[in-house]
Design a protein around this ligand. Structure first.
Ligand SMILES: [Zn+2]
Length: 144
C-alpha cells in the first residue's frame, strides 16, 4: 500500500480532488467540512495541510501515524553500497539528506513528548546506519 493510502484509509470524507490530491475531514480538530488537503509527491512523499491551521503532527497523531509513515520506504537501498563504482555523489547526498530528515522528525516528536515506539527507534537506528554506510561508500571514514 502506498503511503498516501495508508493515511487516507484512516480519514473521513475522503474525496479525490486531482490526480495526486485529496481532501478529507481533519482528524485533529472538530472539522465540519473537509479542511484537510493531502498531496502525493512524485517521489512518494505525502504532504498534509489543514486549512484550520492544525499541526501535521497532530493530524497524523490523531490517526495513529507519524511522519515516518509518510516517507517512501527504502529510497536509498540498492544505491548506497561499497560495491558500486563510480559512486553517484548526488545520490549519496540525497540519501543522507533524507535520512537527516528522518532523524529530525524523530527529534521533533521526542521534544513534543510523543511516545517513541520500538519501530520509531529502529527507524532512527536505521537512518544513522544508512548515513554511516553512505560515508563509508563515499570513502569518508573515521580513520581518514
Ligand atoms: Zn485541522
Amino acid at each position: 500500500m502506498s503511503n498516501v493510502h495508508k493515511l487516507l484509509q484512516h480519514l473521513d470524507k475522503v474525496k479525490r480532488t486531482g490526480p495526486c490530491t485529496w481532501s478529507a475531514r481533519c482528524s485533529a480538530h472538530d472539522d465540519k467540512g473537509p479542511s484537510l488537503t493531502i498531496t502525493e509527491k512524485d517521489d512518494g512523499r505525502v504532504l498534509v495541510h489543514c486549512f484550520a491551521g492544525c499541526d501535521v503532527n497532530d493530524v497524523l497523531g490523531a490517526v495513529g501515524l507519524t511522519f515516518a509513515d509518510l516517507y517512501p520506504p527504502r529510497v536509498v537501498d540498492h544505491r548506497v553500497g561499497p560495491d558500486r563504482r563510480p559512486f553517484p555523489a548526488a545520490d549519496v547526498l540525497r540519501a543522507v539528506g533524507f535520512e537527516a530528515l528522518v532523524v529530525a522528525a524523530a527529534a521533533v516528536a521526542m521534544l513534543a513528548g510523543e511516545p517513541f515506539s520500538e519501530m520509531d527507534r529502529e527507524r532512527l537506528i536505521l537512518a544513522v546506519s544508512r548515513i554511516q554506510a553512505a560515508l563509508t561508500a563515499a570513502g569518508v571514514t573515521h580513520h581518514g
